[in-house]
Ligand binder design. Structure first.
Ligand SMILES: *Cc1c(COP(=O)(O)O)cnc(C)c1O
Length: 368
């Protein structure tokens, strides 16, 4: 049996060090807003290449706080538009609508799976305030063209880096450092995952960092003094300590993902299965390894019957969800094709080449 992802094995990779770090926090008696947060924030900002990192409760909140902070700072207002890829995980879009902003859905490219930069300009109006790019599947989504459009129209560039810790854009900078602000998730299954929920915002903008930090702490900058109507959305000390341990091994973990991905790219050969464009290694941290098939459901059943776990990312696109009925009439054929044909096969920091070989031989034996 090859599971899609065994979190137990992922944690066991650095099990002792994680246990020690947790035990130290437990014994120390300080559980929120302490030195573990300060240390992790510093290390993660250094790793990503930004001046500031602000920890918060989860990745969705990180994105919510970025837009909310821009509203509080007078950069955006309710009713303004944000361009976003139509095929993202719903959290990116929830963060926009939660703030009374309007998501403008733009199709991805079928070969890259990322927002199609040739379709962005036609979506820009005089209400547009930002482009939110999502480094989906661990792939770099940034292009020079996107940067140019942001400069030309005076738009903020927001990155959803939930799936791409350690990924780089073509000029070598890390994703999460190239936009005006980035939201990161440390959900357990992400490349850098906590043992529970966690998230962070990275930015080089001191005013934004300060507003996000206040918003995630009841709207307060000073104890019992409230500047904004915020919420309690903090990263706890135990999670920060776990993340600080795991951050040291992120590059090695990503290297294993890349080795497995290379094996898949070199060996999957089936007339019924196609793969997305192969990026240079630096530009993909392979959070997921998506394969595509017009017979996707049969392929998933075939893999399951042969002991291989898979998941679909994502089976129903945001515009077809009940919560976004107002978008149901949109024609987004590429997004819908991805939802109908995508299948994510096992990849992660502990999967071995023998297991990848087994997955490949089962896929290559698929007859539809
Ligand atoms: C996981 C994820 C989020 C949300 O992160 P949580 O920590 O689960 O709230 C946002 N965007 C994308 C693309 C994600 O994959």
């Amino acid at each position: 049996m090859i599971p899609f992802l065994s979190l137990k094995d992922v944690t066991a990779l650095h099990g002792e060090e994680i246990q020690e770090a947790v035990a130290k926090v437990v014994a120390g008696g300080w559980y929120l807003q302490g030195e573990q947060n300060a240390l992790f924030e510093k290390h993660y900002a250094d790793y990503i290449g930004t001046e500031f990192c602000v920890g918060c409760a989860n990745g969705l909140d990180a994105l919510i706080w970025i837009f909310r902070a821009y509203i509080e700072l007078g950069v955006m207002k309710r009713g303004d538009e944000v361009i976003v890829p139509a095929n993202t995980y719903i959290a990116t879009i929830l963060a926009i609508t939660e703030n009374g902003l309007k998501p403008v859905l733009v199709e991805p490219r079928l070969d890259t799976l990322e927002i199609d930069d040739a379709k962005i300009e036609e979506a820009i109006t005089d209400r547009t305030r930002a482009i939110a790019i999502v480094h989906l599947y661990g792939r770099n989504a940034y292009t020079e063209k996107i940067g140019e459009l942001c400069r030309k129209y005076g738009l903020k560039l927001i990155e959803d880096n939930a799936q791409a810790h350690g990924c780089r854009v073509p000029d070598g900078r890390k994703t999460g450092s190239i936009g005006d602000a980035a939201g990161h998730s440390f959900y357990p299954g992400k490349n850098l995952g906590a043992l529970g929920d966690g998230g962070a915002v990275t930015t080089n903008d001191p005013a934004l960092a300060e507003a996000v930090r206040a918003l995630a702490n009841y709207g307060s900058q000073k104890k019992y003094v409230f500047k904004y109507t915020g919420r309690n959305s903090r990263l706890d000390e135990i999670q920060a300590a776990v993340l600080d341990v795991k951050l040291k091994y992120l590059e090695a973990d990503n290297a294993n993902r890349r080795a497995i991905a290379a094996y898949y790219y070199d060996n999957i050969q089936s007339p019924l299965v196609y793969l997305p464009e192969r990026l240079p290694d630096a530009q993909n941290v392979y959070h997921l390894f998506p394969v595509f098939s017009p017979k996707r459901d049969a392929l998933q059943a075939w893999l399951k019957n042969n002991g291989v776990g898979t998941l679909i990312h994502y089976p129903i696109p945001p515009h077809k969800q009940e919560c976004y009925k107002e978008y149901a009439h949109y024609s987004l054929p590429i997004t819908e094709k991805i939802a109908a044909e995508e299948l994510s096969i096992p990849i992660g920091p502990c999967i071995k080449e023998e297991e990848a070989a087994e997955v490949v031989s089962i896929i290559n034996g698929f007859r539809g």
